[in-house]
Design a binder for this molecule. Structure first.
Ligand code: KG4
Ligand code: ZN
Length: 333
């Protein structure tokens, strides 16, 4: 089954064709990041407008690269939630129009379920059940993946998502948007023990809280500036990255052990972080847990992951939408 998938939840206009949930036939991404960089973050209205301008070209490119016509695909899938509402609406309406015109089933996909499905493309042997750590710009969650379409949350962030904390801490350190990757690179030159950063306590053991940590970094930079002191940015980046990775990894591995999982996966933009990847790999191995991680290219937003999840939504749960499909800014898993 060949699915044409569309993703427009944030600042990437993406389209892909995926076969049977596991094989990428094409995967096209038009990123707007350079434009949002000028403002230090995503400007929602600009994002919507750029999606509007790019979506026809991106979808055509995805079909051309897969050497398929719209008639030859079996279904159209689209990210319907969560994300920036104006951005989501562009993809949802475009997908509705395509599905209607070509008389194909329309499959709505939850963005975070898509991030998790990126693992199915990269790892043909991965099957539920397993435990997953999803960490992106908008989400940080530990969840049980009970089947391809059934999920339950064990823990979540109470405030900032991990990616959001990376981006805001990076901004304080003087890095451009999105700052996660800049912190990652600077960390490699820094001393992770130089700055002692707080580890916020949460009442529930598998919940996260990153806003205190982020604020601590911002205050540290601000206070140093007022005193005319130099910050060792590389070491601050390394200390911050180590602290975030340690919080995520400790809680995730403890949850995996408590719930008895021997198979685990990681997903979302923050899964690209080199410090987090190596720490998780090491500590999962120590606990005898097999860890699946998507390749860096599939960690960030893309439509291939949406096409993968759509296959399972359709074949396992029989999910389709009609012409009344709407986008939602928030949606539980
Ligand atoms: O999943 P994603 O592409 O979009 C959302 O669904 O939010 O995640 C984007 C987030 C941003 O906060 C970005 O800074 C972060 O992922 N990110 C990273 C790295 N690459 C991307 N964070 C830390 N280290 C990285 N290498
Ligand atoms: Zn995402």
């Amino acid at each position: 089954m060949k699915i044409l998938a569309i993703e427009s939840s944030c600042d990437e206009t993406a389209a892909a064709v995926v076969e049977d949930g596991r094989k990428i036939l094409s995967n096209i991404i038009a990123t707007q990041v350079e434009e949002h960089k000028l403002y230090g973050g995503v400007v929602p209205e600009i994002a919507s407008r750029r999606h509007c301008e790019s979506i026809v070209g991106v979808v055509n490119e995805a079909l051309e690269a897969a050497v398929l016509t719209l008639d030859a695909v079996d279904a159209v899938a689209v990210t319907c939630a969560p994300g920036l509402i104006g951005a989501l609406l562009v993809g949802v309406n475009f997908a509705k129009g395509l599905a209607y015109a070509a008389n194909k089933p329309l499959i709505p996909v939850h963005h975070i379920k898509g991030h998790i499905a990126a693992n199915y493309i990269a790892h043909p042997d991965l099957e539920p059940p397993y435990i997953c750590l999803a960490a992106s710009g908008g989400h940080s969650q530990i969840m049980r993946v009970e089947s391809y379409t059934k999920f339950s949350t064990i823990g979540r962030t109470l405030d900032d998502a991990a990616g959001e904390a990376f981006d805001k801490a990076a901004r304080a350190m003087g890095f451009p948007y999105p700052g996660g990757i800049y912190i990652d690179k600077a960390s490699q030159r820094g001393d992770k023990t130089k700055y002692k950063l707080p580890r916020p306590h949460t009442a529930e053991p598998y919940d996260f809280s990153f806003s205190g940590l982020k604020t601590n970094v911002m205050n540290l930079v601000h206070n140093a500036g007022q005193r005319g002191e130099e910050i060792d940015v590389d070491s601050l980046a390394a200390s911050f990255q180590y602290t975030v990775a340690d919080i995520l990894t400790s809680k995730f591995v403890a949850a995996a052990n408590e719930y008895g999982y021997k198979v685990a996966a990681m997903a979302g933009g923050v899964a690209a972080n080199s410090g987090l990847r190596s720490m998780l790999e090491e500590r999962c191995a120590e606990s005898g847990i097999k860890l699946y991680v998507p390749p860096i290219a599939l960690c960030g937003d893309n439509a291939a992951m949406i096409g993968s999840q759509a296959y399972y939504e359709y074949t396992e749960a029989g999910i389709t939408a009609d012409g009344s499909l709407n986008a939602q800014a928030t949606m539980p898993l």
